[in-house]
Ligand binder design. Structure first.
Ligand code: NAP
Length: 460
């Protein structure tokens, strides 16, 4: 059976034997899962007689050559550096499907992908890359939502089908990614370190550090130099509670700014068929991460605000104060409005965060998703910006606000959201909105100029 011509691989039957080369961590975990799924498992090992007691019960351990005779499908759970042990086995492996599970320590470690290297060592076999994105631990644990996906690639459709059938039987959903040339991409998957989070994390760290030092100078160092007061204890809560909302609001604006810029670019070009510049593309792709980090900072702001009444400093001040002023309704209105807008903004913020989770967004229609993320998203930005304006309230025109001639942090952080909201306001004015809608439906200004007969008036 092992010498069946290529492209005539039978799909595995129940209880059919599957071979696993290598009795290491991954080999043993995979063997156990295969046994549990009803396959017979034969391990191929360098030392079949002294193999470890951890070998799953019910499997056999043979030498590589003998094990290779036991099935069509052989999982290679051995490090790539040792693949040359397969060369003397080339004859026994002719006509077999070899599943390359290997990963590397870093990108571009070798000139060619491990799976392509394996194919070059055993040209008579059909190599399929797959299962490498799973860990030994997750194989033992069983598929959960997060690691249900298995990626497969290879030259022979039927060899891939045989591997995908096994993956499905083990409880995974297999995705055919194409030919063996994709193997390098699959080998790079496990090496990724939050690729789409990197830029948002840099921005969040940079903004936090910049505003922390700015506020440290304005609040703490200023008080020390001008009044001789040591209020450095404020760093822990007061300063943190200023930095968090500032970073949150700027990051929320950064989440909506690229969409607005993209619309203006399309308006300027008069077409949607020209690519956005790379930086804008990259920026748009990390909007979800920017938004989630912004939500994280908003959440910290809420927590810091909630603990204000239990702070020693606040309780001390409260007992010290004698009421000397009359109740002012205007101040009460501004204070309550400030708090209310903050609560409403934060609630919508949480809604945006929840709907960005794949398990939630997958059950929303495109219209529902874009209504929440775009319309409610801009409303969130509006509420949070208004919340910050009300925080400034009557302080904007007071000269004591500008210590050492510098504006307070909340004023600086209002610049970007105000610009984004103004630009968005321009975009939703009826005549601009109509043009943008037409461009997004495929209309091109230049095509109209070439053929005026096709043109329809923008403003009927
Ligand atoms: P491991 O624990 O080091 O086991 C590798 C096995 O390869 C050994 O137990 C040994 O089995 C065999 N071996 C070692 N040297 C050999 C040689 N010179 N010639 C022939 N066979 C040799 O490694 P592992 O963690 O199971 O990983 C195996 C492969 O799966 C690697 O390519 C790795 O990148 C990939 N992978 C691992 C994981 C994981 O979570 N561990 C996840 C995805 C992919 P015998 O003693 O029985 O011969």
């Amino acid at each position: 059976t092992s010498l069946l011509p290529r492209n005539h691989w039978p799909l595995l039957r129940d209880n059919e034997e599957v071979c696993v080369f290598g009795t290491g961590d991954l080999g043993r975990s995979l063997g156990l899962r295969l046994l549990q799924a009803g396959y017979g498992v034969v391990f191929g090992s360098r030392r079949p007689h002294s193999s470890s007691s951890l070998i799953p019960h019910g499997s056999q351990v043979l030498g590589h050559a003998a094990a290779a005779q036991s099935g069509h499908l052989i999982f290679i759970a051995v490090q790539r550096e040792h693949y040359d042990f397969l060369v003397p086995l080339a004859n026994q492996l002719k006509g077999k499907v070899l599943v390359d599970l290997s990963n590397n320590l870093r990108k571009n470690q070798y000139p060619e992908a491990n799976a392509e290297y394996l194919q070059s060592l055993v040209p008579g076999a059909e190599v399929v890359k797959g299962f490498n994105t799973l860990s030994a631990w997750s194989l033992q644990k069983g598929p959960s939502d997060a690691n249900r996906q298995v990626y497969i690639c290879g030259e022979s459709v039927q060899a891939k089908q045989a591997v995908m059938a096994v993956a499905t039987k083990l409880g995974f959903s297999a995705l055919d990614r194409g030919f063996l040339s994709v193997a390098r991409e699959l080998e790079d998957f496990p090496l990724q370190l939050f690729p789409q989070w990197r830029l948002p994390l840099y921005i969040a760290t940079g903004l936090s550090a910049a505003f922390f030092f700015y506020l440290l100078i304005r609040d703490i160092i200023y008080a020390y130099f001008t009044q001789g007061k040591d209020i450095s204890f404020r760093i822990m809560v007061s300063l943190a509670n200023k930095v968090c909302p500032i970073v949150s609001l700027i990051m929320l604006s950064l989440c909506y700014l690229p969409g607005v810029l993209a619309s203006f670019l399309q308006l300027y070009r008069g077409t949607k068929y020209r690519r956005f510049p790379d930086w804008l593309d990259r920026w748009m792709l990390c909007r979800k991460q920017l938004g989630l980090l912004a939500l994280g900072f908003a959440f910290l702001h809420v927590l810091y605000t909630l603990i204000i009444p239990i702070r020693y400093y606040v309780r001390f001040k409260a007992t010290e104060q004698n009421r000397t002023t009359e109740f002012d309704t205007t101040t009460a209105w501004s204070g309550d409005s400030y708090l209310s807008l903050g609560i409403l903004g934060f609630s919508l913020y949480v809604l945006l965060g929840i709907t960005s989770l794949p398990s939630v967004s997958n059950v929303l229609s495109w219209r529902e998703f874009s209504f929440i993320q775009s319309k409610l998203g801009h409303l969130t930005l509006l509420l949070c910006t208004a919340h910050t304006y009300l925080y400034g309230w009557n302080k904007f025109l007071s000269s004591s606000t500008y210590k050492w001639c510098t504006p307070p942090g909340y004023m600086l952080c209002l610049v970007l959201p105000s610009v984004v909201l103004l630009l968005k306001l321009l975009l939703i004015t009826p005549c601009v909105d109509r043009t943008i809608t037409r461009i997004r439906q495929g209309w091109e200004r230049r095509a109209d100029q070439r053929n005026p007969k096709n043109s329809q008036p923008l403003i009927p």
